[in-house]
Write a protein of this length. Sequence first.
Length: 270
Amino acid sequence: MTKTIINGQPGHLIDINDRGLNYGDGFFTTAKVADAKVQLWPLHRARLSECARRLGFGELDFDALEQDVAQLLGFHQATSEGPAVLKVLYTRGSGGRGYAPPSDGQPTRVLSLLPYPEAYQGLAQKGLSLSVAKTRLAQQPLLAGLKTLNRLEQVFIKQEAAQQSSDDLLVLDTTDKVIETSSANLLMYKQGQWYTPSLDQAGVQGVYLTHLKQRLPIISCQLNLAQVLSMDAVFCCNSLMELVPITRIAHHDYNLDVAHSLLVKQGIKV
């Protein structure tokens, strides 16, 4: 089950001069589809608007976007009863001279409906183990927090993760501050307080983390590895896996029962 819509039309062809292909000039969001709805859709819309504003794309045509979303939801209802993944991707389109963007360019809008990863089923019950990545994230405040099409750091991290026995990697920046995992944000708990790494210099501000910040009193701050290892419980989260306990970082173990009790206390299903 995969279906793609480009600028409102079914298809799979992108202009070879598209700036997303040539320069990574664009952004995207990835959402879970369940019960015939896009989960946390208002927050995904807000993410797209923020990316468009900070990258100078101008206002997005949300009427056209939501028509595409409705078409894909109809396709999903007709072909599947389980969850799926909706990916919404924008590029700046084609044009301009070299790196310089066109003054009157038209964005390319690509929506894809994809199968839900089987590996995410049941993760909240069993948790994930992390090794510490050797690859470091560069600091760039102009792009920090955004989910742009420039994901080469994550490609390196996934290549490194494939050589590890753990489930994923804990990723630090070039100043040794803890940032995220290869594809998820971090949430930590210690002595009655929730924490998450600051993302003002590197990393991606995830939609599910934003959702949790609306429910929990979470402090964003700079954290080093020793501080993370001292936490009572550590979780990772994104829009597809939602909130998943971490059972181990490097050689340090966390109590899965403690993590599950915290989730139950917050009314989060496990």
